[in-house]
Ligand binder design. Structure first.
Ligand SMILES: *[C@@H]1O[C@H](CO)[C@@H](O)[C@H](O)[C@H]1NC(C)=O
Ligand SMILES: *[C@@H]1O[C@H](CO)[C@@H](O)[C@H](O)[C@H]1NC(C)=O
Length: 477
């Protein structure tokens, strides 16, 4: 019933507002905004890795087959979402059709740069064994390919890399080195700023300490913090679930925060009551929305759709309850006045400061193996993606069943236009925490000091980190 109303409404909207233009999303202070409209952007989305992230293999990924993409983007439109997160991709494949179909539906991508394959992620017990030139080659290739798409919203340098005692000891400064390298690559090779963040495990031991560590310093600081949270279960409330405490913990954080995963599955079907708080002013000052874990039903039982072996898809109950929850949430969530935080990057505290409890906060980052790739780009290894007008297929051939009804018109509606002009060559040139990873200590410099020396050989001289950051984030609005 709900579904039919929704389809009718969507159709009307399309005919009235076919002219919406897909705009890049930029960060300012601690929130996301449309680069042209200046409108606050709240992430409303799902995590998307059909087959599960552990099953990833070379030669196929969630954004490389247009028939599958058309099937799922059609369903994303029924949910009314604006973003998906993908965990692993193969940069050797062509993603132009899927990314273009997503763009035409106004859907953005948050992309992890790692995969479970060897040389494509850090070993979090012994990161020094896996932080290698080949690893960075993979990371930079992913960035090179996806930076060509206007609807690439952000990159994630890691997912739950720190998750217990040993990883909390060994991994934090390697994680920051990866962030540093990714940002250096984007600075040198991509002509727009694409934010780099981290997706944190749902563990009170690291909730604040790791967030604080990743936030600070002139080099290798993240642009946003992703929170994986499963603490609101079943029928609950803002206070009862502890969400009030969660918000309080990040109230003074300098960066955007959003859920990179949420959706406790302890009492199915899920009611998604947390969505009522997530887009309410109780949270919008601190949280920029979130991503539901996850689209397809896998062994761990978090899916909102079932995909059969033959590619047919059927929605689960949780899909319908999710439509209801998103429908009730405001289309334009309130952004409270004064929700700003002009002081980034934050200064680092001493390594033994209690704010870094439970992790080893080593402020010296390992030397990079990526210097030449950062300087020369990956253009000879992979092809940068581009949005195309000529998409071969806008309707899937797979069967789609929603709430028990077989759907006949499965065409993805074009709600957004985009221009396919390639990004200008070269980087954006403003250092926002990259550097070539010479391995120099990254302890804080006096305010206003030039950090060119500390980051060694960087093309753009940085005149006071705060001023440089203000320029980068001011110029798009
Ligand atoms: C907002 O927070 C107040 C407590 O400060 C709580 O009583 C109320 O239920 C919350 N509302 C939502 C939608 O989270
Ligand atoms: C900090 O990290 C650097 C680079 O990995 C390493 O050389 C150094 O030994 C570490 N310091 C401590 C105290 O662990």
């Amino acid at each position: 019933m709900k579904f039919c109303t929704l389809l009718a409404a969507a159709t009307t909207m399309v005919s009235m507002a076919a002219a919406a233009t897909l705009e890049p999303i930029v960060m300012k202070d601690r929130h996301f905004f449309g680069a042209k409209s200046g409108k606050p952007f709240f992430i409303r989305g799902v995590d998307y890795q059909p087959g599960g992230s552990a099953a990833f293999k070379k030669g196929s990924d969630p954004l490389s087959d247009i028939n599958t993409c058309a099937r799922d983007i059609f369903l994303f439109q029924q949910l009314g979402i604006n973003t998906i997160r993908v965990y692993s991709v193969d940069p050797a494949l062509n993603h132009d059709e899927c990314m273009s179909l997503m763009a035409s539906a106004g859907i953005y991508l948050v992309l992890d740069v790692n995969s479970p394959l060897p040389e494509e992620h850090l070993n979090n017990q012994e990161p020094w064994t896996t932080y290698t030139e080949n690893y960075l080659k993979h990371v930079f290739s992913v960035i090179e390919v996806f930076s060509g798409y206007t609807n690439t919203l952000a990159y994630l340098a890691g997912n739950e890399v720190v998750f217990e005692k040993e990883s909390a000891k060994t991994s934090p400064n390697y994680l920051k080195a990866v962030v540093r390298d990714m940002k250096a690559y984007i600075t040198e090779q991509v002509s727009r700023v694409i934010p780099v963040g981290y997706s944190n495990a749902d563990d009170l031991n690291f909730r604040i300490s790791l967030a604080k560590y990743l936030e600070c310093g002139p080099v290798g600081y993240i642009d946003f913090f992703g929170v994986n949270s499963y603490q609101w279960c079943g029928h609950n409330t803002f206070l009862g679930s502890g969400y009030d405490k969660l918000v309080e913990d990040y109230t003074d954080y300098s960066l955007p925060v959003f859920f990179t995963e949420f959706g406790c599955n302890e009492s199915p079907p899920r009611l998604w009551e947390e969505i009522g708080s997530l887009y309410h002013e109780n949270m919008t000052n601190v949280f920029s929305g979130g991503l539901v874990y996850e689209y397809t039903q896998e062994a761990n039982n978090y899916g909102i759709v079932d995909v059969a072996k033959n590619g047919a898809v059927k929605t689960r109950k949780d899909f319908m309850t999710l439509i209801d929850a998103y429908e009730k949430a405001p289309a334009e969530p309130p952004l409270p006045a004064g929700a700003t935080h002009p002081t980034r990057p934050e200064k680092c505290a001493a390594s033994d400061d209690p704010i870094y409890d439970n992790i080893v906060a080593n402020h010296t980052l390992p030397f990079t193996f990526g210097k030449d790739m950062i300087k020369n780009g990956m253009g000879s290894v992979v092809t940068r993606g581009k949005l195309i007008k000529d998409i071969s297929q806008r309707a899937t051939t797979y069967n789609v069943m929603i709430d028990g009804k077989m759907i006949s018109d499965k065409t993805v509606k074009a709600t957004h236009s985009y221009d396919g002009a390639p990004l200008p060559a070269g980087g954006h040139g403003k250092n926002t925490g990259g550097g070539v990873g010479e391995g120099a200590p990254v302890t804080d410099l006096p305010d206003g000091a030039s950090s060119a020396a500390a980051i060694g050989g960087f093309k753009t001289t940085m005149v006071g980190s705060l001023a440089a950051v203000a320029v980068v984030f001011g110029m798009f609005l």
